[in-house]
Design a protein around this ligand. Sequence first.
Ligand code: FAD
Length: 502
Amino acid sequence: MDSPSRYSVIIIGAGVSGLSAAKVLTENGLEDLVILEASDRIGGRVRKEDFGGVSVELGAGWIAGVGGKESNPVWELANQSGLRTRFSDYSNARYNIYDRSGKIFPSGLAADSYKKAVDSAMQQLRKEEAVRGEVRGSGCDVSRVTEPPSSPKTPIELAIDFILHDFEMAEVEPISTYVDFGEQEYLVADERGYEYLLYKMAEDFLFTSEGNILDSRLKLNKVVRELQQSRNGVKVLTEDGCVYEANYVVLSASIGVLQSDLISFRPPLPRWKMEAIETCDVMVYTKIFLKFPYKFWPCGPEKEFFIYAHERRGYYTFWQHMENAFPGSNILVVTLTNGESKRVEAQSDEETLKEAMGVLRDMFGPNIPNATDILVPRWWNNRFQRGSYSNYPIISNPLLFQNIKAPVGRIFFTGEHTSERFNGYVHGGYLAGIDTGKALIEEIRKERKSDQSSNNLLEPLLALTGSTLTLTQTEAVSNLHKCDLPTQLYLSGKLGLPEAIL
Ligand SMILES: Cc1cc2nc3c(=O)[nH]c(=O)nc-3n(C[C@H](O)[C@H](O)[C@H](O)COP(=O)(O)OP(=O)(O)OC[C@H]3O[C@@H](n4cnc5c(N)ncnc54)[C@H](O)[C@@H]3O)c2cc1C
């Protein structure tokens, strides 16, 4: 057991945001930090798995926002690492909508239904904005005011409604990712996985050898259960009975985890913080992978994405074949969200396979082969995730975001959910970690300065008790030789932080 230990900063979570925060801290000379990660790997929601002979992405799959006026920093990392990617064009999905008898809806009908749905959604948005304006005058909580959504009825309307609201318009317009970084999306199709970018980032500040992180400042399988905050620091208690202490904590756990009871806070988080955390929605997004002995779906141009129209909204609606990413892999992916994701997570994979095969036989006929393998990620039931990503209410109060991000005493919050402009994305997590790292460095500098000025005030008093001062310094120096490295660094931090921070 390696407790108790004292550090300058403890980072909770080794996803993209925790790692980018750690990188900023170390670049600024703050080396005595530790990263506590609940699972047995880094990456968090960036995660690959071997399936059907290739490497598939269970979490983030696309680098979204490419080709615009600014360069997406994750796209830059991908280019530096030579990550293999493939351009994705969803725009034709709406012309590949199958009904339950396997017929594709005529493109005119699909285009009309799509336009009607977009118009109705825009109308709804304007109505809500108007209500928001009125309510703002009356001082009510506008984030809770919503009109009942328009109700699509036919299978094609339901399918389009699903695509529009759970994918295309799930975010506040205009979507900053597309405005800043461009509208193109690239699917990561690399055997090393999307997570390779995170390993490359970690390599810059953690000791690695032959692709493995061997640095003792990264501690895996450390499930944080309690944060005890006092005026001088934070104690972090883990499930395996260890206690870590630090001047500051950076907490990168997802919004779903913050809404759960995995981590308790002593004293409890203030009401404004709790209310903000509770108000932010969690989106569940599940990609189910199916492996087949051979292809039976169309693979020509503009056929990568296709849609199934069913009476039940979101029932195995959105499909993609993996031939562009991995030719000859014979893999299909179907994406489920929210209620359907939770339903499928709760049942056996055999049951899910049966349902998916039923849908595929509706579209492609009774003679198609059975899938030989299925992979169903369970982001909702993963207690270290509790969902896929944050989803701010379309019309939301700006205070909500500020409160989610704001530190509480010595606990700093980071993660994709704290990125005002890019929440829900890998680049959102990456940039949020950088922001939080910088904010913390600033805070440490301020604290140092105020400590120094109070020391200056104390100097005349200490001059009267010179012998005591000498003894204390000697003790500190001799203790240095007895302590382990983090404690040494911590003590050296107390006697004077590294140049870069000061
Ligand atoms: C299915 C899915 C599809 C997605 N698709 C895309 C996409 O195509 N493009 C895109 O840009 N983004 C996508 N995203 C979103 C993207 O993956 C996330 O925004 C990003 O990875 C979040 O990074 P993070 O560091 O904020 O959080 P995380 O990656 O969740 O990191 C937090 C870390 O904290 C750890 N943790 C949690 N609780 C504790 C605890 N108590 N103690 C210690 N450690 C703890 C977790 O294990 C985790 O490793 C997708 C996500 C999912 C799930």
